[in-house]
Design a protein around this ligand. Sequence first.
Ligand code: FAD
Length: 451
Amino acid sequence: MKGLSSTGIHFSTEKEDLMCYGFDASAVESSIPRVIVWPRNTDEVVKVVKYAHKYNLVIVPRGAGTGKTGASVPIGANCIVLSLEKMRKMLDVDTKNLTAVVEPGIVNAGLQRELEYSDYFYPPDPASLNICTIGGNVATNAGGPRAIKYGVTRDYVMGIEVVLPDGNVITLGGKTYKRAVGYDLKDIIIGSEGTLAVITKIRLKILPLPEDVVTLLLLFNALESSGLVVSKIISSGLIPRTIEFMDRFSIEAVENYKPTGLPSNVEALLLIELDGYPATIKKEAEQVVDICNSLGGDTIVAEDDIARERLWEARRSISPSLYHIRSTKISEDIVVPRDKIPVILVELRRLSEGSGIKIISFGHAGDGNIHVNIMVDMEDRDEYTKGMAIAKKIFEITLGLGGSISGEHGIGITKAPYIGMEIKGREMELMKGIKRLFDPRGIMNPGKIFP
Ligand SMILES: Cc1cc2nc3c(=O)[nH]c(=O)nc-3n(C[C@H](O)[C@H](O)[C@H](O)COP(=O)(O)OP(=O)(O)OC[C@H]3O[C@@H](n4cnc5c(N)ncnc54)[C@H](O)[C@@H]3O)c2cc1C
């Protein structure tokens, strides 16, 4: 069945629809929900939540399903997938206060384009920006290449409207840049992966568009040099807006999948952007080139917007290109203190060579966030088990370096068995207590975050 419910809400129980909403971008096995609903406004979200509350069904909020941890994958037969896709309006842009109000289903790149027409910008730019939604970004506290200079989604959320699991609607935060009244509940919802409430409106901080951007490609014949350059740039006081890292395997994967002209004979590259006033960034770019040369690297400058866009296209193609190497990638997004980047890169290469399993690394090296892909064949159970053991070992090394098991993708289903390696004792009890307080009947996205 498909159409409008008696309360006027779009829904479907057609098998082909249910299948399309049963997975995300992780390797988590897909699962079939009972029904999908597409509310068009907050009132309709309230009706769905109250219905679920009354009939003991559970709600799985869903943006675009680009999540990498199974956080929007339904578990069990009692699930209503609540897709926010139809709530995608830009409701207000207030340039006097530098804020924009959006519905959760607006796609990140769409918002970016709208703002850039009027010389404003919204910095968080996950590599999935052409598909993922702002609601999903808030629910996962998404980061992106520009996080090194501008921070992550949390730094741009000024206020949210949410529907609580009992159907009450509350607004948290607001239009002011500062606020010091009691606990910041907005910050608890950010990154809660749909386990506490449905986000139905978001007020974001926006910034004036920087005057100019310089894009540099740094090439290295030694993996470690690329990590040392990252550390040296940061410690020299420069703050580029991106420092993206690709190892040799990810360069090869992209060039085999969608050739963009990246050099194939290097061990690693860094994609660096500086933004600001032209004279300032020219000087900063010269400093970056000097640092790169001092550690034996070479530099290429993107001459125009087309060259710049080609480099970003290559960077954004890494994830899909990896599926052409092996059938399964165990993807992790560890983050380490920035001075530990050279150490973790070498450790990852050592683990790969020692195990005979290809580990491909790329990511936001500027903030220490490396996407690690352990390439295995799911059908080969021995290899898969070996791959999972490597993932656990990588978490141990990361935590030993003072890092975290997730920089931006969150916990969802895939990392739930490992959360206890990082969050322990009273901290874990407090987190579970918060979940119980918001959602005593456990109807919001059950089975996620907590093992
Ligand atoms: C190619 C690729 C590149 C990526 N690059 C990055 C990157 O650079 N940085 C990064 O941080 N992530 C990245 N990701 C991961 C993913 O895009 C982000 O986690 C993104 O924020 C998810 O948004 P979504 O709209 O797809 O949400 P979904 O995947 O649909 O949902 C993610 C979580 O948010 C919850 N949720 C969604 N909407 C709401 C709502 N309105 N209210 C309450 N809960 C909600 C869901 O229940 C789920 O728990 C990448 C993914 C891919 C496939």
